[in-house]
Design a protein around this ligand. Structure first.
Ligand code: NAD
Length: 544
């Protein structure tokens, strides 16, 4: 039957539902939240399509109501990691041999399940587990997940369609083999969509995967895993392995069949795992592909020509949505001295009006940070800024962990452009502002470019075209995703391929063909329709 040249249905970004009072989606979501809260889950590992319970469990708590437990999950031990590698290797040949459009169909079907039948489940589980508002869960666990699962099949088709030139009597073909071995996907807590993309992108290209989800996101990630299975993903193609990152990585990275690493998380963890891979290099059958998207210290540069209301909106959404726990969240702000007063006054007024609390109360714009470790780290930055003698807290600054891990949206004004909160990734709702001398814009660009080791996202707020152009050129290496008159967060699959360089990662652009290319190893096949019947060349026929 597979003798047609098939095309992937043209993907369209999933519309974002509004969840306004009285809307049917809001009613369905509230009902689903209530259902999940009334249920205790016992989440197993899934290896070779089978549920595995190790008996070693950890509780799943709501970050914004940490007394509330949603269930437990089982942690993998060394034996289960080996089982997962074996399952991935056992499933490999059949999965790779399946026609590409059949593989695509599994993920297209998953996207349909998520966007219709299980929309409320994906939103509700992400809200409860990761403390996202309805809007933040919707753009992540429904829209971005389904976008990845619909656009990546199109990129797969485009990659396979890339074929070499031919001359008369010769046919050249490129085949795009999956990697020789399995892929290890390690995903972060902060986006269910990244948890979807990291295992599914290599799998789509014919690889099999051992997936270690973040401990703080096991709940929503498990829902996702179940939906792949409902959509017909064969056993062993993706193996779901919650547990300790260190323990799992030690076993995975010592396997000769380890062939690719798809990581998103902190720079520190990525660097340590890259070193571990390097030290094991002789063990591997093939040089592993390493793809990692890591931390950020994302900037908003306010030019003196910036428009005030849209800048304030960009700063508030960019810095504080999802409690600043986006790799792309704005965390350093550059204010022009000539307009610093009006911008800080407007920002302080708006930040003070941000509603924060349990995400089950839909009036809130912010929930809690993910766990106590994050809470303590973020609070440490705020306290040290307070005591530094070089900074003032203009808004927020209060932290309360009595019921949930709540940190007020905080604006720090510093006199030191290289103070720790201007340089380090804090990963919380803390924005540090510095007032620059706008009589010397070149010095300001140099400062923005050189302050932090990261290069993920940045925004330029300006109305003057010449200055926008100059800033774009001056800051071209400061970010992999640059925004003009917009917040530096919220990249959309198919529209803003995402990733950064420097300490922010390998910039293999999630949500584009560039990422999928990393999961194949091309083979060039030349066929000669008129092979020579003699080994002698004409020039050898005589010496005159
Ligand atoms: P993290 O580095 O703590 O954890 C990421 C994953 O690595 C988790 O699954 C975790 O369990 C695992 N892990 C942790 N320590 C490990 C170890 N020693 N060995 C093996 N695995 C280990 O990151 P996080 O807190 O989940 O996510 C936040 C970080 O992710 C931030 O730094 C953020 O900037 C980054 N991030 C980057 C992007 C991007 O696209 N650039 C997107 C989202 C998040």
């Amino acid at each position: 039957m597979n003798n047609g040249i098939f095309h992937i249905p043209h993907p369209v970004n999933e519309p974002v539902f509004g969840y306004a009072p009285g809307s049917p989606e809001r009613t369905a979501l509230k009902k689903e939240i209530a259902r999940l809260r009334a249920t205790q889950l016992d989440i197993p590992l899934i290896i070779g399509g089978k549920e595995v319970r190790t008996g070693k469990t950890a509780p799943i708590r709501r970050p914004d109501a940490h007394g509330e437990v949603l269930g437990v999950y089982h942690l993998a031990g060394e034996a289960e990691v080996r089982m997962a590698i074996e399952a991935a290797m056992a499933a490999k040949a059949e999965w790779a041999a399946l026609p590409w459009e059949e593989r695509a169909a599994v993920f297209l079907k998953t996207s349909e399940l998520i966007s219709v039948k299980y929309r409320a489940l994906m939103d509700a589980s992400t809200m409860l587990c990761q403390s996202k508002t309805a809007h933040q869960a919707e753009i992540d666990a429904v829209c971005e997940v389904t976008d990845f699962l619909r656009f990546n099949p199109l990129y797969m088709e485009q990659i396979y369609a890339q074929q070499p030139e031919n001359v008369k009597g010769e046919w050249n073909r490129s085949a795009y083999r999956p990697l020789e071995g399995f892929v290890y996907a390690v995903t972060p807590f902060n986006f269910t969509s990244i948890a979807a993309n990291l295992p599914s992108a290599p799998a789509m290209m014919g690889n099999t995967v051992v997936w270690k989800p973040a401990s703080n996101a096991v709940y929503s990630n498990y829902m996702l895993m179940k939906l792949y299975m409902e959509a017909g993903l064969p056993p062993g193609v993706i193996n779901f392995l919650p547990g300790s990152g260190g323990l799992i990585s030690n076993v995975v990275l010592s396997s000769p069949d380890f062939a690719g690493f798809h990581f998103t998380g902190s720079t520190e963890v990525f660097r340590s795992l890259w070193k571990q891979i390097a030290s094991n290099l002789e063990r591997y059958r093939t040089y592993p592909r390493i793809v990692g998207e890591t931390g950020g210290k994302d900037f908003i540069l306010i030019d003196p020509s910036a428009d005030l209301p849209s800048t304030v909106a960009a700063v508030l959404r960019g810095a504080f949505e999802y409690q600043g726990q986006k790799c792309s969240a704005a965390s350093r702000l550059y204010l022009p001295a000539s307009r610093a007063k009006e911008f800080t006054e407007a920002l302080v007024e708006e930040i003070s009006a941000i509603p924060m609390g349990e995400i089950t109360d839909f009036r809130n714009f912010m929930g809690a940070v993910i766990d106590e470790t994050a809470f303590d780290t973020i609070r440490g930055y705020i306290e040290r800024a307070k005591n530094s003698g070089q900074a003032r807290i203009l808004a927020g600054g209060t932290c309360d962990k009595s019921k949930g891990w709540f940190i007020e949206p905080t604006l720090i004004l510093t006199e030191d452009p290289r103070s720790e909160s201007m340089v380090n990734e804090i990963f919380g709702p803390v924005l540090t502002a510095y007032v620059y001398d706008d009589r010397d814009m070149e010095a300001a660009y140099r400062l923005v470019d050189s302050t932090s080791p990261y290069g993920l996202t940045g925004a330029i707020m300006a109305t003057d075209r010449g200055r926008i152009n100059r800033a774009l050129t001056a800051l071209q290496n400061a970010a992999g995703n640059l925004y003009i008159n917009d917040k530096p967060t919220g990249a959309v699959v198919g529209r803003q391929p995402f990733g950064g360089a420097r300490a922010s990662g390998t910039n293999d652009k999630a949500g584009s063909y560039l990422n999928l290319l990393r999961w194949v190893s091309a083979v060039a096949i030349k066929e000669n329709f008129a092979p020579p019947s003699s080994w002698r060349y004409p020039f050898m026929m005589g010496d005159d």
